[in-house]
Design a protein around this ligand. Structure first.
Ligand code: NAD
Ligand code: ZN
Length: 350
């Protein structure tokens, strides 16, 4: 390691198989010849990190301890492996959080987001709640000039939003988004930017509906108080929503969506259900609906689209509601756990 890179660093670690995350002094990651060492500037909290914090059934069967957690971040190239010729110390970078195998059928065909063996940063290999992270050079994204570093920090979830929101054409279409968590909120801004006519967003949390209004949706609706059929009537819609983006993981949200789609409507599903649930397949079949599952981001078309939409005026910054130093990580996680936050960012330099 070069002299100015310390041998140890601070990191938030899942060090024991029980609820909690612990700030520890751990060895700075080694890099292989094809890797890039990144000095983390900022890292944001994802719902996945809350599952790991709480040590639920998914986390306990997925994570081997000890594990440095976190995968949403922005930083600066600190050092590159001897085989790396196109990244340089000082560049502002992020990283695609899925490390793909490179050898399966989809990888070989250039469809890396469909890799059957992808490994997650902060899940299967050490993540970004740390002063340094090592990633393969094929996972590095160099941010274009003039991308706000705070927005750069949330490119990972922003990418989930863009991947889902652009799964089907939305120009002139009426779009229903169920769930106004950080990803649903960004998706609302994206479909607006991409030329949707009406954007209706639902959530059961009034604070999040308020954020949806800030993102510029046509109507922000609590499905416990207002029926989507009435919303359609109020907007003068006659045949249902053309495109649905399911971003809550909630069964009744999807059932509501299915009942309010136009014939031939298209639904992209990002929300991860906590358990199996029943839907009315007759509606899917007789109304000829298309349902498409979405995972992660396309490498690297989604990253490109995020960049150019920001450069052409898309504003997702209102989704960032809290900022902390990494030393205040408890407060940062409490803000996320409150359910009132949008994106919560920790500064790993201060
Ligand atoms: P989040 O949990 O912050 O947001 C989900 C929102 O859905 C919450 O605001 C909640 O109040 C709302 N909701 C709950 N019940 C509802 C209902 N009946 N109708 C409408 N809204 C309802 O999550 P997020 O970070 O914004 O992520 C959105 C979803 O995407 C989550 O399910 C997350 O696990 C999932 N996700 C998937 C991928 C992927 O690659 N597929 C990646 C990241 C996140
Ligand atoms: Zn693969």
């Amino acid at each position: 390691m070069s002299e100015n890179i310390p041998k140890t660093m601070k990191a938030l670690v899942k060090s024991r198989p029980e609820p909690g995350l612990w700030m520890e002094e751990v060895p700075t990651p080694e890099i292989g010849i094809n890797d890039v060492l990144i000095r983390v500037h900022r890292a944001s909290i994802c719902g996945t990190d809350l599952h790991i914090l709480k040590w639920d059934a998914w986390a306990s069967k997925t994570i081997s301890v000890p594990m440095v957690v976190g995968h949403e971040f922005v930083g600066e190239v600190a050092k590159v492996g001897s085989n790396v010729s196109d990244f340089f110390p000082g560049q502002l970078v992020g990283a695609e959080g899925h490390v793909v195998c490179g050898r399966c059928r989809n990888c070989l065909a250039g469809r890396r987001h469909l890799c059957a063996h992808s490994k997650g940063l902060g899940v299967h290999r050490p993540g970004s709640y740390a002063e340094y992270i090592s990633v393969p050079m094929s996972n590095v994204w160099v941010h274009h000039a003039n991308i706000d570093p705070e927005v750069a920090c949330i490119f990972d979830p922003f990418g989930n939003a863009v991947h889902t929101a652009l799964a089907f054409p939305v120009l002139g279409e009426d779009v229903l988004i169920t769930g106004a968590g950080p990803i649903g909120l960004m998706a609302a801004a994206v479909v607006r930017h991409a030329g949707a006519r009406f954007v209706v967003q639902t959530d059961v949390n009034p604070g999040r509906l308020e954020l949806a209004r800030k993102m510029g949706v046509t109507m922000a609706v609590n499905p416990r108080e207002t029926n989507l059929k009435d919303v359609q009537k109020e907007l003068g819609m006659k045949e249902g929503f053309d495109v649905g983006l399911e971003m809550s993981g909630n069964g009744s949200a999807l059932r509501d969506m299915l009942a309010n789609m136009s014939h031939g409507g298209r639904i992209a599903l990002l929300g991860i259900p906590a358990e199996e649930f029943v839907i009315d397949w007759n509606t899917v079949i007789f109304n000829m609906l298309t349902l498409k599952g979405i995972y992660g981001r396309e490498m690297y078309e989604t990253w490109y689209k995020m960049t150019v939409m920001l450069q052409s005026g898309l504003d997702i910054k209102p989704v960032i509601t809290h900022r902390f130093s990494f030393t205040q990580y408890q407060d940062a996680f409490d803000a996320m756990l409150s359910g009132q936050a949008g994106k919560v960012i920790m500064d790993w330099t201060a």
